[in-house]
Design a protein around this ligand. Structure first.
Ligand code: ACM
Length: 637
């Protein structure tokens, strides 16, 4: 009996060990195929790496060195031929068509690690996956002792679903330095993103040096520093210094482009015209249809649009380039010539979004243009502008890409469309046989709040992690060949620094990376979220910020027929318990667990909630005034 018990214990222990080893595989984005074996690869104290000598592999080698030598403390030898090497990086001599340009095969045995790929990019991604197989401490920026540096035995084959896996970073609303953009790139490549869309111009700044147009950066790159709720700031007074902002010199851009290229990232530049152009207009007022443009200033977050009628908004100051002014096309030619030379990527993004038309409607020059060109409405005027711009962009050898408003009034031939107002613009463009990148607000807007506005820095819409994970870039009604991929967009009106940038980007960019890289069939929220929790721990070690909002409940309120306040709490993570109080005290796991709709007690003023999982606090304590819930319920009525 005792013997049987011992054998049983041994069996369950071993099963437990196998189980826990399995648990350690938490790769984001999920690879195409993961076959776990028995045992582990132990990182040796003297690490020997065999790798081809190839300038494109510099960052692959630097990544290995940083983590295995810098963090794990192994000594480190690299050579092109190293019999019995612990890690072998192999560039296939004969192309393996199944893994394309970015795929890889990663084999971890108890003896060694072999990563094979057709191209250096594949080896780079294979190394990212390898790092995720090691304990979380491998993410530390400094050396860590006392960790068993082991990776589970596994065979992984991987290849991305889409070639366009992007993140958009708005460096206008708040300027981010060259060093900060590099940090953004460092973070994105860990999750196999390969495209950085830099939003370089807007009403609040012009961030790119253009030779021969010095005022764009002498004047257009600077405004007044304000904090609070962007969009509601007071109009700057003459005594407030316009010393907030900055720009990238052409040398900075060359450095960033190279930095990105070394990490297999393309940079897509966006010059947002004809709307969102106040910084350009203030720099060169002759580009405007509006005479008083010479009195304007670069926006510092004060209200300049009336959005009450939706998109397009009504402008309170004319932030547009004048489509009826030849000087505008000369200006754009000059700008696009230099943009095309600076950015090797094949596309230039020309914006085109949210262009108000009310000042155009008042302009005699625009009226004349309409008569001359037979244009009957303002969308056609924008389309006229876009078609001329498309010719300029293609004359520089680049492809023309714009937000989905460029569809209105007729799409320029050859134009590619970035669909942001939901999926419908992308569907329409793909049905017209144009290339499409999907980045709908519905799933991919990283500036939106991740939880309730009572907790999150307030902005006009919400997008929780589980909704982000529902993103499917290829709608049923289009030919998939027109969908190049997708991206998530981080607008920075409310993002004042890099820590908050990280908070807004992660974990939703984990979700988007998986949507864009992994096979559709492998999508699984429960599995994904389990991995997210492990990556949160990796971020803790790396001292990177992320939003814990996924652990916070959502609030729905309504008024019952007898006038009481009914409250329903929702959660993204099924295994969480929500504890609550109505007596103003701080709930913990000894407080009641939410199980069904609550009726607010008669004289209560505050609902406080907190979530727990496995006895550990996960969410933040949220204090929700019942007056707020009542007001929301009244508004819905
Ligand atoms: C956009 O969000 N205005 C493209």
């Amino acid at each position: 009996m005792k013997k049987t018990l011992t054998i049983c214990c041994l069996f369950f222990c071993l099963a437990g060990i196998a189980q826990s080893a399995k648990k350690n595989i938490a790769i984001i984005p999920e690879p195409v195929s993961v076959k776990q074996g028995e045992g582990v690869f132990k990182l040796p104290a003297n690490l020997r790496i065999e790798a081809p000598s190839d300038p494109e592999l510099v960052q692959v080698m630097a990544t290995l060195k940083k983590h295995f030598s810098g963090t794990a403390g192994s000594s480190y030898t690299v050579s092109q031929q190293l019999p019995g090497a612990d890690i072998r990086l192999v560039l296939n001599k004969t192309e393996d068509k199944s893994i394309g340009k970015e795929g890889y095969q990663l084999s971890v045995t108890t003896k060694n690690v072999v990563i094979k790929a057709n191209e250096p990019a594949g080896l780079f991604y294979g190394v990212q996956t390898l790092l995720q197989l090691f304990p979380k401490e491998i993410e530390s920026a400094t050396k860590v002792a006392g960790v068993k540096w082991e990776a589970p035995v596994v065979e992984i084959t991987d290849v991305p679903r889409f070639g366009w896996r992007g993140l958009m970073f708005d460096v206008v609303r708040h300027f981010f330095t060259k060093a900060e953009v590099k940090q953004f790139i460092d973070d994105m490549v860990r999750y196999k993103y390969n495209l950085l869309h830099l939003h370089l111009t807007d009403d609040e700044g012009w961030r790119l040096e253009i030779k021969g147009l010095p005022k764009l950066t002498e004047v257009g790159a600077w405004n007044v520093k304000k904090v609070g709720y962007f969009g509601t700031f007071s109009k700057p007074t003459p005594d407030e210094p316009k010393d907030f902002g900055g720009f990238y010199t052409q040398e900075d851009i060359k450095e960033l482009v190279q930095y990105a290229k070394d990490r297999f990232v393309n940079i897509l530049p966006e010059i947002d015209v004809p709307g969102h152009s106040l910084a350009a207009v203030v720099s060169y007022p002759e580009l405007s249809c509006t005479p008083e443009a010479n009195t304007y200033q670069v926006r510092s977050g004060e209200e300049i649009m009336d959005w009450s009628h939706g998109n397009p908004p009504t402008a309170l100051v004319d932030n547009t380039l004048c489509p009826a002014n030849e000087k505008v096309y000369e200006f754009l030619d000059k700008v696009m010539t230099q943009v095309a030379q600076l950015f090797p990527f094949e596309y230039i993004h020309v914006g085109g979004d949210e262009c108000p038309k009310n000042y155009w409607a008042k302009s005699d020059a625009v009226k004349e243009l309409m008569k001359r060109e037979g244009l009957t409405h303002m969308e056609e005027v924008q389309s006229y502008f876009e078609k001329r711009l498309e010719k300029i962009v293609s004359s520089k050898g680049k492809k023309f890409l714009g937000w989905d408003e460029i569809l209105e009034g007729g799409l320029a031939p050859g134009a590619a469309v970035m669909s942001w107002q939901g999926m419908k613009g992308g569907i329409k463009a793909a049905q017209m046989k144009h290339e499409v990148v999907m980045s709908p607000t519905t799933y991919a807007y990283l500036d939106y709040m991740q939880g309730d506005p009572i907790v999150e820095p307030r902005i006009y819409a919400s997008l929780r992690l589980n909704k982000t994970y529902e993103f499917e870039p290829v709608p049923a009604e289009v030919d998939p060949k027109y969908i190049k991929g997708g991206q998530a967009n981080l607008w920075t009106e409310q993002v004042y620094n890099m820590r908050h940038q990280q908070y807004m980007t992660w974990p939703r960019a984990f979700a988007i990376s998986e949507i864009l890289w992994s096979p559709k069939e492998k999508k699984n929220w429960e599995h994904f979220f389990g991995k997210v929790e492990q990556h949160f721990q990796r971020y803790d070690v790396a001292d990177k910020k992320y939003a814990p909002s996924v652990y916070d409940p959502s609030f729905e309120s309504s008024i019952t027929s007898d006038g009481k306040l009914k409250i329903e709490l929702g959660k993204e993570v099924a295994s969480l318990d929500i504890h609550y109080s109505f007596d103003n005290s701080f709930p913990d796991n000894h407080y009641p667990v939410y199980s069904s709709a609550l009726i607010a007690p008669k004289d209560a003023v505050m609902l406080k909630v907190v979530t727990y999982k496995d006895g550990k606090q996960k969410g933040r304590i949220i204090a929700m005034p019942l007056s707020e819930l009542r007001a929301r319920a009244e508004k819905k009525k």
